[in-house]
Design a protein around this ligand. Sequence first.
Ligand code: ASP
Length: 343
Amino acid sequence: MIATRRKFLQTSVLSSAAVLTGGQVLADTASRPQPAVDNRIVISTWDFGKAANAEAWKILSKGGRALDAVEAGVKVPEADPSNRSVGYGGLPDRDGRVTLDACIMDEFYNCGSVMALEHIVHAISVARLVMEKTPHIVLAGDGALQFALANGFEKQNLLTPESEAAWRKWLKTSRYEPVMNVENKLFRKENDPMPGGPYNHDTIGMVAMDGTGNLSGACTTSGMAYKIHGRVGDSPIIGAGLYVDNEVGAATSTGVGEEVIRIVGSHLVVELMRQGRSPEAACREAVERIIQRNPGQAKKIQVGFLALNKKGEYGAWALQKGFTYAVKNNREENIFASKSIYT
Ligand code: ASP
């Protein structure tokens, strides 16, 4: 009797699924929210974002979660020794130590961050673990390293011979001077004696929307080259280098972190989108705020913002020309030159 009833239920579920899918029986998704259009998208800072987006897209395209996609995506530049501003191979501080800053945020306002983390390539994965396995949001320095080692991460020398050579050369003058990345990819290829550029700071910030319309973001960097040991930039600070509000949108930043922290940049961009600005207009207003706060400094430095809203619209703006960002969705895989205040 029970068996017969179960069989009847199975048959009726199958036939309703069949009706829903026009004759073809697929996994039952009727109870899950389905966006009207495919808004899956991943965007990230700089041209090296393209390879990172491709990795993130492997997850998004299979129906995976935005959080998993952004973590997997930014691990690409973290592991790439030719990238001199993120992870392994990143330029060191003035004492020759590579210290990493990273943070991650999901659709539920969960967030995790590590600051001034040494010896661990995938700072982003440590940040995710802080988010998921601790009652805290931020772990810094030795504590972050201890936590990573206790959770199975491997200790590694992050200073490559190329980055060490660049640091030794810098020691001759020892002048702390952010060198802007204000040129494009072509310049790097033709004139760059070392991959990673003559400039000495950048970050990968990535934000994504998955098939259920949820947003997440990740941000990871080795920070400003030759900084004072212990200096922390905007990148691991929730609200400065990254912010995700699943009701509104997500934003991330790159450039001189001190100026981004001063205006709590990524949170500002998201709040401006909440007030109705497009992603591009919101990024522009945040950049203009930096100029208002510190006009003398703004002319000499680079800061760029990148944003995505709940409709899947995206945009960017920077202080100086040369900021690029990469976009991947079902329709496009592109690198764009951001608009800027100073050209
Ligand atoms: N925002 C990073 C920092 O201040 C550097 C960069 O993105 O250029 O550490």
